[in-house]
Design a protein around this ligand. Sequence first.
Ligand SMILES: NC(=O)c1ccc[n+]([C@@H]2O[C@H](COP(=O)([O-])OP(=O)(O)OC[C@H]3O[C@@H](n4cnc5c(N)ncnc54)[C@H](O)[C@@H]3O)[C@@H](O)[C@H]2O)c1
Length: 432
Amino acid sequence: MKHEELNLAVIGLGYVGLPLAAEFAKSRRVVGFDVDAVRVAELQRGYDRTFELSDAELLGAKGLSLSCDPDDLAACDCYIVAVPTPIDNSNRPDLSSLLSASELVGKMLSPGNIVIYESTVYPGSTEEDCGTVLARCSGLTYAKETMPVGSQVFYLGYSPERINPGDKARKISDIVKLTSGSTPEIANIIDDLYASIITVGTFPAASIRVAEAAKVIENTQRDVNIALINELAVIFEKAGIDTEDVLRAAETKWNFLPFRPGLVGGHCIGVDPYYLTHKAMQLGHNPEIILAGRRINEEMSAYISSRVIKLMLRHDINLLGARILILGLAYKENCPDTRNSKVFDVIASLTDYKCKVDVYDPRVDASDIQLNPNVTLVESPTPAKYDAIILAVAHDEFVSKGTVNIRRYGKPNHVLFDLKYAFEKFETDGRL
Ligand SMILES: NC(=O)c1ccc[n+]([C@@H]2O[C@H](COP(=O)([O-])OP(=O)(O)OC[C@H]3O[C@@H](n4cnc5c(N)ncnc54)[C@H](O)[C@@H]3O)[C@@H](O)[C@H]2O)c1
């Protein structure tokens, strides 16, 4: 079998699935499937609410047919699954979307078909969790070695996604892609398939579990490193030293890693480590550094609020009913995604101090947001209204206009706190 002969379907058309389906659809036919009929209808009109693809890019993906009807998957023989893998309220992996997508695909499978997962999981999940559902729903057997054509088997692959939403410089084809498959032959076909769209090349991992583990440690390593710098930021504040000054000095050494302090939100870096720790605990190992890092990063929202409150008190600002403007609600810069944004926790903590909080984020769709009734998502901040302003997300439109533009929202006696150290120290009243 050659990769060109595969009839592709991409299941889940979010931040990951849509750009992937569109990239393949430049050169082949692809069915893009999503259970969200509203999302599919928007995409059919050429509108991507994640802004990962422009209208022109979407309409230019000529081979892409979009659907929320499982019957449209009937002619497909290779399924790429890119559905969410969040955590529940107790920080345990929530595989419900992954398993329901596997059920849907399982019901469509024919002998010899390939199912490739892109969702982030813990090592073993593709074969043990998803493979089991696929086998039950299809009546086929999961093949770990290549079987003669017509055998009642299906094959698996895993190719984790590494896209960086909002990053227009590093698109899907510019990021090396790990690939893997359940047999050497299937691994080769899957690698060829991705190599046909990834211009910078692919890396065939030694096995599906290796590829799963590699993905989950990429984000875990980042989380732990940020936690270290967050802890240093807390120490340096107590010592009266500016963290950014220290980091700029330290990174003149060739092997000092350029991490920065901050909120760790979103659905990857703050979530994926829990997938790994879940698996570790199943295996009887109690992870220490990973969970310590998670705890430190989770505590940063309350820490940042306390810094801003102290700053206001030092400027003789009465806290009761004080007006605070937060610039940015998305979990990261230049992106409309607010899922698991830690700015929500900063807001909650500030409203606990009886402050009144307005949030301004021109990238975010207000209809998607559930805010505490005391908090307003403003369309445009009112000048001279605020006692404190927090730059929480370094969207280009905030940073490029500079602090003079931002400070015009403040009352004559106000403080500006730069959570993203986007400005020079002398331009703000405090920074992380
Ligand atoms: N967004 C990122 O930056 C990023 C980067 C790398 C990896 N990942 C991983 O990729 C996976 C997908 O993330 P995302 O950000 O694209 O999620 P997303 O929420 O943006 O999109 C997921 C899509 O899947 C659809 N969906 C949910 N259940 C479905 C089902 N049973 N059948 C069909 N469609 C279904 C949803 O309607 C949604 O449109 C996750 O595992 C995530 O951790 C995400």
